[in-house]
Design a protein around this ligand. Structure first.
Ligand SMILES: Nc1ncnc2c1ncn2[C@@H]1O[C@H](COP(=O)(O)OP(=O)(O)OP(=O)(O)O)[C@@H](O)[C@H]1O
Length: 880
């Protein structure tokens, strides 16, 4: 009898759940036990037991959220290779249709080009294409699949010649030959030179001849492979016209938020599986992830989630039963900041999260079939190993956390997470990017260090060091990365490690001809110090207040309330001399600075001057905020002693406070624009800011002829102005004044200019030359912008191929070239570089090369680019 009743209750509940879900969209994401119990007037425990039974029978599914919801299982059919992709029936639907059409094309599959922003899922999409082609017997499962990732050769793109065209340049054993009868995937072909791309175009033109008629017995047997080429949206795409099907994948912001949320869900579920722990994620962290922008699209989102889980994992590493609890603090500040957008996205967030408290991901859940190439497994393994070795060395648990935190950050930041992902965790891959000789040197040296320092090093140290030395060989380090006294301090602190670094520096000099200056040798040491000194910290807060314990009390309260333990205090005793106070404050600032500067909150004016001097002497960025509480208190006490009317005292003090604030802001603000070579570029930038900024801040353009001169000019300006920021092609690192790189100004729209100048985050990041063209259009009298549009990008590409330029340098150079044409046409040849002659004699190879690259510009505009102009371009590209 009882059994019968249970069953009918179960049916009743099942039907009610189904009806509620299908009849009311509000219940789309499922219904709670509470909801059923109330509406059916049944006991909660009884309802709960029945619902769980229905889940076990597969009739309902249970969400992993709190409060738990019960929903109908998805009735999606098993589907094809693409079904596992998130967005397969949404933002990727059309792309998938196109891909299927290309594969199933009746007279033989068609080659495909995929165009996508970095990290948008090209590799996984291609993986699915290949599976689909295999499922449909369009390509042979047992045939070869040859994948070439051109980005892995970015440092020496000619190293690819043998892979693309064969050792003897005759295509024998090239990727085109090896892929016969299978699939060829050439990824990131935007890295190829124009010449390399042209040769591939030529091959595609003669493809039939090459694959079918060629009788060369040296070639592998088999018909033409199914070829897929992928390329970034910003790269040059010569091949595009030769490939019948072009698929453009959406970037992450072009996808609906619901898909972003599905990706987030899937990635957390993956982390739960790889770490073999339950992962619970707080809603604020999820909201921040949903609202953040990702330059590297899905790949960056995945990295952000792996990083957050790794951070949270550290807290529970020694207790195997604990779940990983991810909170907002585990995300990088840049992602956390996105919560500022919460208000404007409230409705969407409500739809996504409703009244959820957190989301829970179970390690045993296997709802994903999309293959992932993360390094997650290594990360959790690495953390475990690092933890065990620190415990062995007797390090206390409080220190362990910060050491491991540093370790994870290193993995992601210092060793460049994205490249690291792609370079794969094997040495063969590494050998394609890094000279084998470097790998050998690093391996031998690390094993020697292991013995002499009695310390073990994980793989990340090995890879990081190889890549680091490789970059020293290929990229000229222009700026000092470490100050001399910082270097000296480190040498004293880590004398043993330093000895080993010197040995490595000697080997590098003898075997590779690489001469490292002292600071670079010290940097090598970072790889083997137990507490790898961090170069990427956060700003910290320092209270400086008059009195015996005011500052320290504020510090304690701040740290107790926010738990970041990044606030410090300096109690400025009234009987301490200014000189002593200044020395002590300087020492404290040097001690607490993590490399990102110090926010000082202080109470009296005299401290400001001390701080300015300290900032100058130490080069530490100090930003000070005066809260004149002590002065106000003194004033209030004095007036109260003289007056009897409390309101009078109150009002006069309020007026005084306003005046205090006004005096503080009296010095007008000034923005200084800077350019590497002469005032030309700086002047352009100034005009741009003058024209489009509504902040009303004055702007002055300065030349960087010589650093000493710049310092004295800026120093003079500081007497009259409060320097708000430097904007330009390089950071002069003077007086702790903040710097805004030129690319930031141009890569965003004009309406965002003031946000940038005020250091506020802007949403769009995509770099667009369009912005600059528009500016040229309005500014130039002589140069035809349409013609510039035709020639400048090509010239920029050539220059970027020849020289390793960062984005801000690229933008600077772009503006420079445009202005140069305008100058030549205006016959304004006043720009004359004092060091021009020297450059022409010292860098004849560069002068010749740049002269050649500029030829099309000279021809089309009928101008002659003077030697002086070429010399100034050499200074930019060589970062002199
Ligand atoms: N539509 C999707 N559904 C599920 N997972 C995805 C999807 N797109 C990308 N991913 C996941 O995101 C990660 C990055 O994707 P992928 O490696 O394909 O990016 P990519 O575009 O090839 O990167 P890059 O431009 O750096 O070469 C992978 O772990 C992949 O599994």
């Amino acid at each position: 009898m009882e059994m019968q009743k249970m069953e009918s209750n179960q049916d009743l509940i099942y039907h009610y759940v189904r009806e509620s879900i299908y009849s009311d969209p509000k219940n789309g994401s499922g219904v709670t036990t509470e909801f059923i119990a109330t509406n059916l007037q049944m006991q909660r425990t009884n309802v709960s037991a029945n619902l769980n039974k229905l889940v076990r029978q597969g009739k309902l599914v249970k969400t992993k959220t709190r409060p738990v919801r019960f929903a109908m299982p998805s009735t999606q059919p098993a589907g094809d290779a693409f079904t596992t992709l998130i967005g397969s029936s949404g933002s990727l639907k059309r792309d998938i249709q196109l891909a299927k059409a290309a594969i199933l094309y009746p007279s033989g599959n068609l080659n495909i080009q995929i165009t996508a922003h970095p990290g948008s899922g090209t590799s996984i999409f291609v993986d699915r294409i290949i599976h689909f082609a295999e499922e449909n017997h369009v390509v042979n499962k047992n045939g070869p699949t040859i994948a070439v990732n051109c980005r892995n050769y970015a440092n020496d793109i000619h190293a690819l010649d043998a892979v693309l065209f064969g050792e003897n340049d005759d295509f024998v054993d090239s990727c085109f030959d090896q892929a016969r009868g299978g699939v060829l995937f050439v990824n990131h072909y935007e890295y190829l030179t124009a010449g390399q791309q042209a040769r591939i175009v030529d091959l595609l033109d003669k493809s039939t001849q090459f694959y079918e008629l060629n009788e060369n017995p040296q070639f592998a047997p088999g018909k033409a492979p199914f070829m897929i080429f992928s390329c970034s949206t910003q790269g040059k795409r010569q091949l595009e016209h030769k490939l019948p099907v072009v698929i453009t994948l959406p970037s992450l912001d072009e996808r609906p938020l619901s898909e972003k949320m599905q990706l987030i869900n899937r990635f957390f579920a993956q982390e739960a599986r790889t770490s073999k722990r339950t992962v619970s994620v707080g809603i604020p962290a999820l909201k921040a992830l949903v609202l953040s922008d990702y330059v590297h699209n899905i790949k960056e989102l995945l990295a952000a989630i792996t990083m957050a889980c790794a951070n949270a994992y550290v807290r529970v590493v020694n207790d195997k039963r604990d779940s990983i609890s991810v909170s907002l603090e585990d995300l990088k500040p840049a992602y956390r900041k996105s919560l500022l957008k919460e208000k404007e996205n409230q409705t969407t967030l409500n739809i996504l999260f409703g009244d959820m408290e957190k989301m829970i991901f179970d390690p045993s859940d296997d709802n994903t079939t999309a293959r992932s190439r993360t390094t997650s497994e290594d990360i959790y393994g690495d953390i475990n190993k690092q933890y065990a070795s620190l415990v062995d060395r007797g390090v206390g648990s409080a220190n362990i956390k910060s050491l491991i935190d540093g370790h994870i950050k290193k993995l992601f930041d210092k060793y460049n997470y994205y490249d690291f992902l792609d370079s794969g965790a094997n040495q063969q891959q590494l050998a394609k990017i890094v000279k084998p000789q470097i790998i050998e040197i690093v391996r031998d040296w690390l094993s020697a260090c292991r013995k002499s320092l009695n310390r073990s090093f994980d793989n990340s140290v090995f890879y990081g060091l190889c890549l680091h030395i490789n970059s020293l060989l290929t990229v000229k380090v222009g700026h000092k990365r470490l100050e001399e006294n910082q270097a000296k301090q480190l040498i004293v602190q880590y004398s043993q490690e330093y000895k080993e670094s010197v040995k490595l520096a000697q080997i590098l000099r003898d075997e590779l001809g690489l001469h490292l200056p002292l600071e670079e040798t010290v940097l090598l040491m970072f790889f083997i110090t137990p507490e790898k000194a961090s170069t990427k910290g956060h700003p910290v807060v320092l209270y400086i207040m008059h009195g015996n314990s005011t500052a320290s009390s504020l510090m304690e309260t701040t740290n107790a309330l926010n738990q970041n333990h990044n606030a410090y205090g300096y109690d400025l005793n009234l009987d301490v001399s200014t000189k002593t106070a200044m020395l002590e404050i300087k020492a404290q600032i040097q001690k607490i600075d993590q490399g990102q500067g110090v926010i000082v909150i202080y109470d009296m004016g005299s401290i400001k001057i001390m701080l300015e001097t300290i900032s100058e002497e130490t080069n530490i960025k100090i930003r000070s905020i005066q809260i004149p509480i002590t002065l106000i208190g003194i004033d209030a006490a004095r007036k109260s002693a003289m007056e009897t009317d409390v309101d009078y005292v109150y009002h006069t003090i309020s007026t005084d406070i306003q005046q205090m604030v006004v005096t503080e802001q009296q010095r007008p603000k000034l923005i200084v624009t800077l350019c590497h070579t002469g005032e030309g570029g700086a002047e352009q930038l100034k005009n741009y800011i003058d024209q489009y900024s509504k902040l009303g801040i004055q702007v002055k353009a300065l030349a960087m002829a010589n650093k000493q001169e710049l310092v004295s000019e800026v120093n003079d300006l500081r007497k009259v102005y409060q320097i708000h920021a430097f904007v330009g092609t390089f950071n002069p690192q003077l007086f702790g004044v903040p710097f805004i790189p030129i690319n930031k100004v141009f890569e965003n729209t004009r309406k965002d200019l003031d946000q940038i100048l005020m250091f506020k985050p802007v949403l769009s990041n995509a770099f667009a030359y369009d912005q600059i063209y528009r500016y040229f259009q309005e500014e130039f009298k002589y140069a035809d912008v349409a013609l510039l549009k035709r020639f400048l990008p090509e010239i920029m590409d050539e220059l970027c191929l020849a020289y390793d330029l960062k984005e801000d340098q690229r933008v600077g150079l772009f503006v420079h070239l445009g202005s140069m044409v305008e100058r030549c046409l205006a016959d304004d040849t006043t720009v004359s570089e004092p060091q021009g002659k020297q450059i022409l004699t010292h860098y004849p190879e560069d002068v010749r090369r740049i002269g050649k690259i500029l030829k099309p510009l000279e021809k089309s505009f009928k101008i002659i680019v003077t030697d002086d102009e070429i010399a100034s371009i050499v200074t930019i590209v060589r970062k002199l």
